[in-house]
Design a protein around this ligand. Structure first.
Ligand SMILES: C[S@@+](CC[C@H](N)C(=O)[O-])C[C@H]1O[C@@H](n2cnc3c(N)ncnc32)[C@H](O)[C@@H]1O
Length: 312
């Protein structure tokens, strides 16, 4: 069964990269290879590095790697290691980078990966299965306060405290083992008409924590800005407000020329603008795209270009 689905905001994100002959580009999130394929099919002579921390993505794209040998380099690593990995290929600067964040439809649709609350699988949720911490370990062993904070900070869930307390009590009787056990438990211990949304938020929170998604995103965006050529593009598709906020904030900070307190008569920080934002408001999918691909419904694309003001 084909488990990778239609790429989101495909045309818009590939256009965002402004692909030029001779350029070096990065797809930070290879997944099913939809964006990577479209970038390679742009008709320009380019080199493309595609990252994914999940070995399943590499297996899925084996044919693509063969077809574009010498042009496409697939790297099985976290995009947090962007600069280290590129330097192994003697690449110091890039002309464009795309992040299509979060989990792939493959990861959600394969029950054994444990990402979905409607499929029965092991409570796992690791994109990179060499990581030690699984969702099962987190749910069965983290103290109440930490669970509450994770549900509140990464799921923005109002019932975080009630849910964390209920989990801690229930696991004394019987530890949680599968996604459906947790999913059915959440149905029982939450109140109100929004049970499905609450479940989605709790699963999202666990996934974000297990994969260190927020910390990794911050540091990878900073690194990407550092290696962007003048006029080089950075494009980010995010799927929830936590991610989008980070992108928006970082773009705004990097666009500023001076960050001295306004009281100071002259600039002492010497900060230079390193990005120019190209999307004051994020690009969102058309209704037609959302109709064809429900996964696109929450997507937001933000684009910026490098100013060349980064000294490393
Ligand atoms: C939304 S999917 C990308 C889909 C892809 N653009 C396509 O066209 O099929 C996100 C992918 O990025 C990977 N990923 C998420 N965070 C990552 C990270 N920090 N480092 C490397 N890969 C990551 C996931 O494993 C997943 O395969």
């Amino acid at each position: 069964m084909e488990t990778y689905h239609i790429p989101v905001l495909l045309k818009e994100s590939v256009e965002a990269l402004n692909i030029k002959d001779g350029g070096v580009y990065v797809d930070a999130t290879l997944g099913g290879g939809g964006h990577t394929t479209a970038i390679l099919e742009s008709g320009k002579e380019i080199t493309l590095f595609a990252f994914d921390q999940d070995p399943d993505a590499l297996i899925h794209n084996e044919e693509l790697a063969k077809k574009y040998a010498g042009k496409l380099f697939i790297i099985n690593d976290n995009f947090a290691n962007l600069r280290t990995q590129l330097s192994l290929h003697r690449i110091k600067k890039i002309d464009g980078i795309l992040f299509d964040l979060g989990v792939s439809s493959h990861q959600i649709n394969v029950d054994s990966r444990g990402f979905s609350f409607s499929l029965d699988g092991d409570l796992d949720m690791r994109m990179d299965q060499t990581r030690e911490l699984t969702a099962k370990e987190l749910i069965n062993h983290f103290p109440y306060e930490e669970l509450r904070n994770i549900f509140r900070d990464y799921g923005e869930e109002k019932q975080a405290s009630r849910i964390a307390k209920a989990i801690v009590e229930a696991r004394e009787e019987k530890p949680f083992s599968t996604t459906l056990e947790l999913s059915e438990f959440l149905d029982r211990c939450t109140v109100g008409p929004k049970k499905l949304k609450i479940k989605a938020r709790i699963f999202q929170a666990i996934r974000i924590f297990i994969n260190g998604e927020i910390e990794v995103l911050k540091c990878a965006l900073e690194d990407a800005v550092k290696i962007l050529n003048p006029e080089g593009r950075i494009a980010v598709i995010s799927y929830h407000s936590l991610e989008d906020r980070i992108v928006k904030k970082l773009f705004k900070f990097e666009e500023k020329d001076c960050i001295c307190p306004p009281k100071l008569p002259i600039c002492v920080c010497n900060k230079k603008s390193r990005l120019k934002i190209l999307t004051r408001k994020p690009i969102i999918p058309s209704e037609e795209e959302i109709e064809k691909n429900n996964r696109a419904r929450s997507a937001k694309l933000r684009i910026a270009k490098g100013t060349g003001n980064y000294e490393i």
